[in-house]
Write a protein of this length. Structure first.
Length: 230
């Protein structure tokens, strides 16, 4: 799953508008961010096997530190505590932690059995990657549904961002569809670098769109202090 992961980030933004959307964008992909880093370092491993699934060629056979159930819970706890320490917002910390963990159950829908319940064993996955159209429909519903919830809260998205973000997300969906039916990546390292670059670009773009949409906001100037909300 790729673009569907961003649905929970928009939903969390509706619940707590003070949390920057770019942080939530990183949070929902944090497991994959560390996966990409760990693949490059040789800590976790993936094989490129053309035709492995009908949606992608990734044989994700060893990723216990990022995509096991304990790993996902651990990263969620670390991220939530880190945000709480930085912002002193309990609700923000809980939402950031929940956003990080949301990655695992959503991956459960699409992955083949490669998500470990502990260590690198007892692997689960419902395998919807073998049904490209179903996968695209589910991911579209997740991200557009979350975006709709966010837009419905006028405190969460303001000004031009309310109109620009749907166009941005639709463009990202089109890119994902093209990638799903395109050629496999040339290597595992190339896949990891592409994934990391994609997450950085999307987080940067959403930060710019969110800031550009706030009436009267100046560059690098927050609309209002986050304060110490509970």
């Amino acid at each position: 799953m790729f673009i569907g992961h961003y649905g929970p980030s928009f939903a969390a933004k509706r619940v707590e508008p003070a949390v920057p959307l770019w942080i939530l964008f990183i949070a929902v992909q944090l497991l994959d961010v560390f996966w990409g880093i760990f693949v490059l370092l040789g800590v976790e491993r993936v094989r490129i096997v053309p035709g492995f699934t009908k949606t992608n060629a990734l044989d994700l056979y060893y990723m216990p530190y990022t995509h096991s159930l304990p790993g996902a819970l651990g990263w969620a706890l670390v991220a939530g505590v880190a945000y709480l320490a930085a912002s002193r917002s309990r609700r923000g910390g809980l939402l950031v932690g929940a956003a990080v963990f949301s990655h695992w159950p959503l991956d459960l829908l699409v992955h083949r059995p490669d998500l470990a319940l502990y260590d690198n064993a007892a692997k689960v996955g419902l395998g919807l990657w073998d049904y490209p159209l179903v996968t695209l429909v589910i991911e579209s519903a997740l991200v557009l549904g979350g975006l709709g919830l966010c837009i419905a809260n006028t405190r969460a998205l303001k000004g031009s961002a309310r109109y620009a973000m749907p166009l941005f997300i639709c463009a990202a969906l089109g890119l994902q569809a093209a990638m799903a039916f395109g050629p496999p990546p040339p290597s595992d390292d190339a896949m990891a670098v592409t994934a990391l670059a994609s997450y950085a670009i999307l987080a940067g773009a959403i930060a710019w769109l969110e800031k550009a949409g706030v009436p009267g906001a100046k560059p690098n100037e927050p609309e209002r202090p986050n304060g110490y909300s509970l």
